[in-house]
Design a protein around this ligand. Structure first.
Ligand code: NI
Length: 374
């Protein structure tokens, strides 16, 4: 008989070797299902294409708590040097979601054994497509969250040592919005700009003016940013193009700043274009809001981490986003960072999770979802 720890390590390596991209996590889902069934954990009937939800029903009555584990990987060629590197070219678990899967599986096993002592129930949500920022909406389309009263989210943290937990009250990840601006001019010969309306100087002016939203419109104490990440116009040297396209992202921590940005991006694009004698269409694509950690849950998470011998570190806020925030919009939640050993950052080809972090994290997270604040 293999020990549970060696089984967990084997499974972790399997997930690391078989990374699947967002909405394509079929093999991953099948493997999680197979393991949970083998371990006698109940799986909820749930109309999810990829991802699944396990439930552990305690003997005594009590609240329904949940843990969100995301399961997707990234289109990155792994260069970690691990003996169990990805077997799929160009795909890698570079955000530690394989680690999250293991915490979900480990918690399900541990709590399933302790069902008799468990008050209430625990749902372990294996969520697809976190990297798209929209996978959590797939969970919300089902009725899985309807009876859940508290939810925990976790993330591997390569900026901290194994044995640390990053916890913070309030906003920890930013609201993620995307914009696309199309400036519509009139194309003509590059030698005769007077025959057309050149969208390029207008687009350049819009990019410049966008920067003033942060410096002139947002409260100086509020973290916020706008990045124009793509500019596209023209295809040769002597033709003034018809259109210029700008795309980018806005990150905010505060709901009012978020609305302000949407308003200012639209105003600046439209009025700047109009001052150049042309039109700009603005498409605004709202992603998840900011992740806001519930104070009481953060407090209990801190207390239990210290009791269990972890070192608690202040969780760094990030202008990155996490669709966990969609779940937290419905119910109180807490998003924790689990130290997985200092090394290359997430989304980098050399990112590695220290396997020593797995078992302690499972014990800790299981304790939280079993005995969170009542
Ligand atoms: Ni991630």
């Amino acid at each position: 008989m293999k020990s549970r720890e060696s089984k967990l390590m084997e499974w972790f390596q399997w997930f690391h070797q078989h990374p699947e991209l967002s909405y394509e996590e079929y093999g991953t889902t099948a493997k999680i299902r197979e393991i949970l069934m083998e371990e006698g954990v109940e799986i909820l009937p749930c109309p999810l294409e990829t991802g699944l939800v396990a439930v552990i029903r305690g003997k005594a009555k009590g609240p329904v708590r949940a843990l969100r584990c995301d399961i997707d990987a990234l289109p990155i060629q792994e260069d970690s040097g691990l003996s169990y590197s990805s077997e799929y070219p160009g795909r890698m678990h570079a955000c530690g979601h394989d680690f999250h899967i293991m915490i979900g599986i480990g918690c399900a096993m541990l709590l399933n054994e302790r069902k008799m002592e468990l008050a209430g129930s625990v749902k372990i949500i294996f969520q697809p497509a976190e990297e798209t920022s929209l996978g959590a909406l797939k969970i919300l389309e089902t009725d899985v969250m309807d009876d859940v009263q508290q939810i925990w989210g976790i993330h591997a943290d390569p900026t901290n040592d194994t044995g640390t937990i990053g916890i913070k009250e309030g906003a920890v990840t930013a609201a993620v919005d995307r914009f696309v601006v199309t400036v519509k001019g009139v194309g003509c010969h590059g030698a005769h700009p007077d025959d057309g309306r050149d969208p390029i100087p207008a687009a350049a002016a819009i990019v410049q003016a966008f920067q003033t939203i942060v410096t002139r419109n947002v409260n100086a104490f509020h973290p916020a940013l706008i990045s124009v990440t793509r500019m596209e116009a023209g295809n040769t040297w002597n033709v003034i193009p018809e259109t210029a396209l700008l795309e980018g992202t806005v990150r905010t921590m505060d709901g009012r700043d978020r609305s302000l940005f949407e308003q200012r991006v639209k105003e600046i694009a439209r009025y700047t274009a109009s001052s150049y004698g042309m039109r700009a269409d603005v498409q605004w694509v709202a992603g998840p809001p900011a992740t806001l950690n519930d104070e009481e849950m953060a407090k209990v998470s801190r207390m239990k981490a210290l009791e269990m011998g972890f070192q608690v570190v202040p969780e760094e806020s990030s202008m990155g986003g996490d669709d966990f925030a969609f779940l937290e919009e419905k119910i109180p939640g807490c998003y924790l960072k689990i130290g997985t050993g200092k090394g290359q950052l997430i989304h980098q080809p050399g990112f590695v999770v220290d396997v020593e972090a797995i078992i302690p994290a499972i014990r800790y997270v299981a304790e939280l979802v079993a005995n969170g604040p009542s």
